[in-house]
Design a protein around this ligand. Sequence first.
Ligand SMILES: NC(=O)c1ccc[n+]([C@@H]2O[C@H](COP(=O)([O-])OP(=O)(O)OC[C@H]3O[C@@H](n4cnc5c(N)ncnc54)[C@H](O)[C@@H]3O)[C@@H](O)[C@H]2O)c1
Length: 166
Amino acid sequence: MHRDFQRPARTGLTALVPAYNEAGHIRATIRSLQRQTAPPEEIVVIDDCSTGMASRLDAVRDRIRFVQGSILDPAALDEAMAGAEVVFHEAAIPSVARSVAEPRASNEANASGTIEVMLAADRHRVRRVLLAGSSSVYGVPPSLPCREDMPTAPTSPYGVSKAAAD
Ligand SMILES: NC(=O)c1ccc[n+]([C@@H]2O[C@H](COP(=O)([O-])OP(=O)(O)OC[C@H]3O[C@@H](n4cnc5c(N)ncnc54)[C@H](O)[C@@H]3O)[C@@H](O)[C@H]2O)c1
């Protein structure tokens, strides 16, 4: 995923503090970026810590700039994204159960949040945005593994919000 950057990137990395995954998507992404032959000048993480824990970033804290804020807040996104070349958009409330219990919050973070990320990326002329998708958009898939050419048929508010983000 990160191999084709041709020049040193000033990379804005939008929100991911793994809430339960000790290995950590975000830390793996940060380490992968830093192993590039032309690593980014700066890696910025924005997270509102609503479901994640900032302490999970302690192991990489000296290698990032951390903005505590919501992707629903354009000013916070501007602070994180100014000068960014590439954005990894991982922020979400990634829970089917929570999306049923709190559909508005789930939809705001996952669908509206993605619109705000894209608008901010446009304001800052970001070259590329990578969005973390979800197999939940396929509902009960006709076969496994899921393929991106399968029809989407989400069966939860979470799946609908991720399909909207796509
Ligand atoms: N975990 C999985 O199995 C899985 C599978 C497929 C896709 N994904 C997707 O990968 C991404 C990361 O998932 P994860 O499981 O690591 O989630 P996670 O809950 O560990 O991390 C998501 C982070 O987003 C933050 N966040 C939520 N709302 C925010 C907001 N409005 N502004 C800023 N930050 C906000 C949370 O505080 C949390 O730290 C999500 O987009 C999810 O939909 C996850």
